[in-house]
Design a protein around this ligand. Structure first.
Ligand SMILES: [Zn+2]
Ligand SMILES: [Zn+2]
Length: 214
């Protein structure tokens, strides 16, 4: 993995393997609670709010080529139901495992690939830097994998009424009387006008947001 910036041991997601040593078979377990970094999760869907506690449980095992890191992250994730837009909270438990190779492992273990050859393979590899490793990319991948792509507030959430937008889970008997066909045409017209107004409003809001960001 190409990483130009040197790892900072003060970064809470950077771990030190010096204590573990390089004797294969050596084990170290540790726990650490960190503040969630920004954008931890599936953007715009569900994730761990920035600064929320993330409990990390790690098991470091010294192996011939490096340090095998196995662990679990636990945190509270927040998002909204894809069907009814109600807030959704869930206990996240994300498992991960990765080998962090010694930078010199290639010299002994295997032939170094030609630059450009198998570049993808190489990008997927992680290396120790001065005995330190950065858990962040692992944590991010594991959290995304552990979260639902389409979170729901409850299994089988019936969503919103397509006619009036009411949350059907709150009102299981909700229904609209079938209307006379002549009225239906008029109601359809009214419905599309309301939609148009909504679109205009949200468009204006988006415009303001964009200006503020610039
Ligand atoms: Zn729902
Ligand atoms: Zn309705």
């Amino acid at each position: 993995m190409a990483s130009n910036a040197r790892l900072d041991h003060r970064n809470p997601l950077v771990f030190d393997t010096h204590e573990l040593g390089r004797r294969p078979g050596a084990l170290q377990r540790l726990t650490r609670t960190i503040d969630a970094p920004a954008d931890l999760g599936i953007q715009g869907v569900i994730g761990v709010p920035e600064g929320a506690p993330v409990e990390l449980e790690l098991r470091l095992e010294s192996v011939l080529e490096g340090v095998l890191v196995t662990g679990t992250a636990r945190a509270q994730a927040e998002g909204e139901c894809v069907r009814c837009l109600e807030p959704v909270e869930l206990e996240l438990e994300a498992d991960f495992q990765e080998l962090f190779s010694y930078p010199d492992a290639d010299d002994r273990g295997r032939v170094i690939a030609e630059p450009g050859d198998d570049a993808e393979d190489d990008e997927d590899r992680f290396f120790l830097e001065d005995g330190l490793f950065d858990l962040e990319p692992l944590l991010r991948d594991a959290v995304v994998l552990a979260l639902p792509m389409q979170p729901v507030c409850q299994e089988g959430c019936p969503g919103l009424c397509s006619e009036c937008g009411a949350r059907l889970a709150d009102d299981p008997d909700h229904h609209h009387d079938a209307v006379d066909i002549r009225w239906a045409a008029l109601q359809g017209l009214a419905g599309s006008m309301t939609d148009g107004e909504k679109d205009e409003m949200s468009g204006a809001e988006a415009g303001v947001d964009e200006k503020q960001e610039k």
